[in-house]
Design a binder for this molecule. Structure first.
Ligand code: ASP
Length: 324
């Protein structure tokens, strides 16, 4: 059994290995001490979201508040093709949103298959804070939203999403067309100045999915997992493969066993490679941070990048990947 002392020792050992092998993903820390604030989020849109989150975390705010504020920026951007109300619709022309949030105490909340709610992560937080439950879906989630001061918007598809849907309808291929460039779910994980971790993950899901389909992003343990003693992980890409392998939870457990964040992400990607499905055309990207502020990423395909913000600034980094 891995004790906390073992975890710390193994983490220190992997940090030492990292420092001789490569500096990527390595930050200075005193073993046993929590890291200085850091925010990580998926894809290049994460840069702007990180800046929003950094405003909170750099002033001593809570990681939970920072990740909520950060991803709200992406949710509110109607130009984003797979987050928020501007995202691509399902096959029937509905934009259905999934989101979740998790804090340092293991509190978590999630909403799935919600329509017309601009900030689903804030709704997920309300589920976490105001109900005895973790997940609310569809009409029930919208009813709860209205009862708690959220407005349901019925503005239809944005012109861009409408054009994309009409184009898709011409062929109406049943199988979702997935390629590494079509994902931009935002998953954000952060450590605040008190050393506490939180995360959020939000998406409109795979473009032209079946009506009613829910992906990994709102599933605690798949699209997001936070354990304040160990670290946090989040996912983007083909959600079915992430759910099948409990991706983010697997990564946190690998970090608990002493693997670096990047190694943990690679191990989770390797599990996907055993999928019964043909994964050669699919993309999955994982992003993780441990309690000490070491971070890393790994994806199936080339092209996954992520934004990292710490006291030295905000930058975009490329993930290593499996299919070389
Ligand atoms: N993970 C999301 C889903 O499967 C999609 C994405 O990241 O693009 O719904």
């Amino acid at each position: 059994m891995t004790t906390r002392r073992n975890f710390i020792r193994l983490s220190a050992f992997s940090a030492a290995l990292l420092s001789v092998s490569k500096s990527f993903g390595k930050r200075n820390y005193e073993p046993g001490n929590a890291a200085a604030p850091i925010i990580l989020s998926t894809w290049k849109w994460g840069l702007e979201a990180n800046e929003e989150a950094w405003k909170i975390i750099s002033r001593g705010g809570r990681a939970l508040d920072a990740v909520e504020a950060g991803v709200r920026l992406t949710e509110g951007d109607l130009g984003n093709v797979s987050v928020g109300l501007g995202g691509n619709p399902d096959r029937d022309g509905h934009v259905t949103l999934d989101a979740c949030i998790m804090d340092e105490k293991g509190n978590c909340g999630s909403v799935c298959f919600v329509e017309g709610i601009r900030y689903p992560t804030s709704l997920a937080r309300a589920v976490m804070e105001k109900t005895p439950h973790i997940i609310l879906v569809g009409e029930g989630a919208v009813q709860f939203a209205k009862e708690n001061g959220f407005t349901q918007e019925n503005n239809g598809l944005t012109p861009r999403a409408n054009t994309a849907w009409k184009k898709w309808l011409k062929k109406s291929k049943y199988k979702p067309e997935v390629n590494p460039d079509s994902h931009d779910t935002i998953g954000m994980i952060a450590i605040d100045a008190s050393g506490n971790l939180s995360g959020a993950c939000t998406t409109s899901g795979l473009p032209f999915k079946m009506h009613g389909r829910v992906g990994d992003s709102p599933i605690i343990g798949a699209g997001l997992f936070v354990d304040n003693e160990v670290g946090a992980a989040t996912a983007t890409g083909n959600g079915e493969e992430v759910i099948r392998t409990c991706g983010s939870h697997t990564i946190v457990e690998m970090m608990r066993q002493g693997h670096s964040p990047e190694e943990a992400c690679r191990i989770a990607i390797e599990r996907i490679s055993k999928s019964p499905k043909d994964i050669r055309q699919l993309q999955v990207g994982y992003l993780a941070v441990n309690k000490h502020g070491e971070f890393g990423a790994y994806s199936l395909q080339k092209g996954f990048n992520y934004a990292m913000n710490d006291d030295k600034g905000n930058r975009l980094l490329d993930s290593d990947f499996m299919f070389k």
